[in-house]
Write a protein that binds this ligand. Sequence first.
Ligand code: NAP
Length: 285
Amino acid sequence: MGEIIKGKPVADAITETLKTDVESLKAKGIEPTLKIVRVGAREDDLSYERGALKRMEKCGIAAEVLELPADICQTDFVKALKAVNDDASVHGILLFRPLPKQLDMEEIKFIVDPVKDIDCMNPLNAEKIFEGDKTGYPPCTPQACVEILDYYGVDLKGKNVAVVGRSMVVGKPLAMLLLGKNATVTICHSRTSDLPAVCRQNDVVVAAVGRAEMVKGNFIKDGAVVIDVGINVNSEGKLCGDVAFNECVEKASMITPVPAGVGSVTTSVLAKHVVKACKQINGIA
Ligand code: NAP
């Protein structure tokens, strides 16, 4: 039976380090500040927002929310986002996505200055992940997976890793981050032939699929590490991951649970990115 590796100790460790960083910034008269921009009031945005605000408070980071009407037009939205971007007191900007259909992401994604773009909306930050340029900010969820693997001492050098899912939010950037750790990465997707056999060849399997409990025990080789990014609701109405936990825990050496796994680390990564942005903007190494 594998070790259940929870997110909380990882989040707590990141928070402790950040508290010290924030205190020393405040001692210099600098207050790290996050601005959340939310359009409308979707329940999943509100839930993430509550978690983010709580985490910022724990770290000593100031946080404000700009709520915009769900039916806002492109012109007004662009004006509002530009004003947030131009506000010198704001170091990091988180814009909840997807945006309502009337808003055109093609224009919007370039508005936030890459240095303030702490959740990788601007394609310039996505490019930095592919180039291995560490001045950017990977999206918080893939970075949370890496933080978990680091915290629990999983050395990725030379390891075979399967990432199931190839979205720009999770799968692709995560594959690049793992490559940066010298893992040999296989990116799987809905057209991958014999997915269980491909996954079984790997020392680490990361599931970012969006399908409840799709990764079964026969996907996992004995002793593999399993990271479950999925957030789904199963047929009983309970929160579950992309991994069939009860089957996979028997095979894995380590496995993240859902809930209390990857999801609980993302707001700490967000806080880490705000502090990093604040330091970059103020020329502090
Ligand atoms: P997404 O954009 O829907 O992408 C899903 C990926 O899974 C796609 O690349 C798709 O392949 C692949 N896929 C779908 N069905 C498959 C199958 N049967 N076999 C193999 N691959 C399959 O989802 P996402 O935004 O990346 O999110 C993935 C999961 O992570 C979701 O459960 C989401 O709720 C969760 N999530 C969690 C957090 C967190 O903080 N923990 C944050 C973000 C997302 P194709 O490209 O071929 O279609």
